[in-house]
Design a protein around this ligand. Structure first.
Ligand code: HEC
Length: 139
């Protein structure tokens, strides 16, 4: 049973197996987060107390899932309270992100750093984004 065919099959199996072990479900959202958000909110979502609100363990994320797509696209300039601390530094939006990229970032944030804030699907995000366009902002 040492024909080359078996060797190839074994090798393929090994490749698939090692790929499966590296699979991270939110890796696209994570990359997007690191590129567009981590400079302020930090890699670990901790923010900067008093200036940049946290995303890790943030009651705001849990309480207002329907605001997130609009905040990411259009920014937010408001006085908001996150985990009992008040913030009023404006955040600029990231208009170049597609609906799908925004969905991936939200699903990453909702499940990263010990968060367990559920999932959104792209159609829901698309619907929300259409509505925030009509009111002209993410607030
Ligand atoms: C230049 C710094 C900066 C960048 C980059 C940035 N934010 Fe923010 N973000 C802020 C600030 C400051 C606030 C508070 C805004 C306010 O008080 O109105 C905020 C607020 C938020 C909030 C609501 C409060 C909370 O902590 O839950 C969310 C959600 C959020 N940002 C997500 C993101 C995501 C996702 C990205 C990347 C797409 C991002 N931010 C990029 C600075 C930033």
């Amino acid at each position: 049973m040492s024909s080359p065919k078996y060797a190839v099959i074994c090798l393929l199996g090994l490749l698939l197996w090692s790929y499966a072990c590296q699979y991270k479900p939110y890796s696209h959202g994570e990359i997007m987060y690191q590129n567009f958000c981590a400079s302020c909110h930090m890699d670990d979502g901790s923010g900067l107390t008093g200036n940049i609100p946290p995303l890790a363990g943030a009651d705001f994320l849990k309480a207002y899932p329907e605001k997130l797509p609009c905040i990411i696209r259009y920014g937010i300039a408001d006085t908001i309270v996150v985990n009992g601390v008040s913030y009023n530094t404006p955040m600029a939006g990231v208009p170049q992100l597609t609906d799908a990229e925004i969905t991936n970032i939200i699903n990453y944030m909702n499940q990263a750093w010990g968060n367990d804030f559920g999932f959104v699907n792209p159609l829901e995000v698309q619907r929300i984004l259409k509505e925030c366009r009509t009111v002209g902002g993410g607030r």
